[in-house]
Write a protein that binds this ligand. Structure first.
Ligand SMILES: Nc1ncnc2c1ncn2[C@@H]1O[C@H](COP(=O)(O)OP(=O)(O)OP(=O)(O)O)[C@@H](O)[C@H]1O
Ligand SMILES: [Mg+2]
Length: 454
């Protein structure tokens, strides 16, 4: 079986035996290896090839390790350099580190030392690459399918990059429509777990009774309908990442099982008597205040701490209004291929609005305006009335000229919100429920109660 090449390494040493030992070892670890017997030869080889890592001896004829290091910093600054020093020459190691060597290994060395140094070196290299990708992406104000250049979003992007490389669980919080799902995907995409799967479960979209078998799988005969064994999402996500959306909707009984998977990596399929072991990173998201749910006894505190090792808070759109023009631009490109424009007047209206449904609501408004109006330029008159007439604070309500019938007003308001949400979500109930921060179950219940559900 041939192994995938992990990276390119150049070994430089005038002692043939050391070159050979390192070459054999590195090849067995899956690296592609070249070798040189002094600094001059190494530089020659580096003229035609790009290496991830150079491991070099210090004392060599023609060009020594320190001079080689200086040259590499100039011609290939992204190549990581590790120095091999003879025992008892600490000053040369220090000098090398000052000149930008990543680490040093002392002779005589053990293979385990080499393994560790190389692992760290490649980790550093990956972070360096991530950072340069990040910089490039930020130049165009887009990062992993997310648009934004407000200070808050830039900070979020850099946190995502940092958090991605750690394997720890991440909790994403933010109002509905702020982009929690996009962020979960970005964390996965930039993580070493990208070679594994990204599996998603929306805890609010699945009936309570089915959640456990969905997450952990089941054995044939575990319940009526279990006609064969089935793997759950945790098994599918082994060595990858699971995204638990709307985590606040997870029933307390199931929270205990989730806690167990986090604590010892094991769970049982429904109807099984043996444990399954997995290695899964959990990213969860909610627009609810979990601390409040904890104090009401609806969410386990111990689980909260296990899920919230790293936390990402997404600011609502109204707190980063400077992102609105960019987002609008992006949505026009997405829905009209960039063939249409938007007037300054319309942009101002959009920037003044409260956006309770955040980016999702903005996206829907732009999509609808493009769909309903043929004109080349979207103007403020093409925007829905409630957006044009909303006061910047968004707190005021217009009082009808005939006065208000207070009887039944609460019901009427509730109905109005339900209908409005349905309209905004183009009749898609799960989306409408999200706009109102209601669970799907509770949204559906209300529709039935008011006879809106047909
Ligand atoms: N920064 C952004 N740039 C571009 N599109 C975005 C951005 N943030 C959100 N969106 C878009 O807005 C919509 C809502 O995003 P997403 O589904 O990730 O929100 P959410 O926070 O998960 O919402 P909910 O809590 O309702 O599930 C999606 O269509 C997404 O592509
Ligand atoms: Mg979501």
């Amino acid at each position: 079986m041939t192994k995938a090449v992990k990276g390119k390494v150049l070994v430089v040493d005038d002692q043939k035996s050391i070159r050979e030992i390192l070459e054999i070892f590195l090849k067995s670890e899956g690296f592609s290896v070249s070798a040189a017997d002094n600094g001059m030869t190494a530089l020659d080889i580096m003229k035609n090839d790009i290496f991830d890592l150079v491991i070099t001896d210090m004392k060599m004829p023609k060009l020594n390790g320190i001079d080689l290091l200086r040259n590499i910093k100039e011609i290939a600054p992204n190549t990581v350099v590790v120095i091999i020093t003879a025992f008892g020459t600490p000053e040369s190691a220090v000098e090398a580190m000052k000149l930008g060597a990543f680490d040093y290994i002392q002779k005589p060395f053990k293979m385990d030392d080499i393994r560790l140094v190389i692992k760290n070196a490649f980790e550093k290299k990956r972070l360096q690459t991530d950072l340069s990708i990040l910089k490039e992406q930020l130049g165009t104000a887009s990062f992993e399918n997310m648009i934004g250049q407000s200070p808050a979003m830039l900070e979020l992007f850099s946190m995502i990059t940092k958090y991605a490389s750690s394997g720890a669980n991440v909790l994403i919080t933010g109002e509905s429509g702020t982009g929690k799902e996009l962020i979960a995907k970005a964390v996965y995409n930039l993580s070493p777990r990208k070679t594994g799967r990204f599996v998603t479960l929306n805890c609010a979209a699945i009936p309570e009774g089915l959640l456990e078998s969905e997450l952990f799988g089941y054995m044939k005969g575990a319940f009526s309908g279990a006609v064969s064994n089935k793997e759950g999402l945790f098994e599918l996500a082994d060595e990858g990442t699971i995204f638990l959306d709307e985590i606040a909707e997870m029933p307390v009984a199931l929270q205990a099982k989730l806690l167990r998977v986090i604590e010892d990596g094991t769970f049982r399929r429904v109807g099984s008597t043996s444990d399954v072991k997995v290695d899964v990173r959990i990213i969860s998201a909610t627009n609810k205040n979990l601390l409040a749910l904890i104090s009401e006894g609806r969410f386990r505190e111990d689980l909260y701490f296990r899920l919230n090792v790293l936390s990402l808070k997404i600011p609502p759109l109204r707190e980063r209004r400077e992102d609105i023009p960019l987002l609008v631009d992006n949505f026009i490109k997405k829905y009209a291929g960039g063939k249409k424009q938007i007037s300054q007047d319309a942009i101002e209206v959009l920037m003044n609005y409260m956006w309770k449904g955040n980016v999702r609501e903005l996206e829907n408004i732009i999509e609808r305006a493009l769909l309903l109006h043929d004109s080349e330029v979207i103007d403020s008159q093409h925007l829905p009335e409630e957006i044009r007439t909303a006061s910047p604070a968004g707190e005021h309500v217009a009082i009808p000229s005939g006065g208000i019938n207070f009887e039944g007003i609460i019901e009427d308001m509730e109905k109005a919100y339900l209908k409005e949400a349905l309209e905004k979500a183009h009749g898609i109930k799960t989306d409408a429920a999200k706009l109102l921060s209601l669970s799907f179950r509770s949204f559906r219940h209300r529709l039935k109660k008011y006879g809106i559900d047909k």
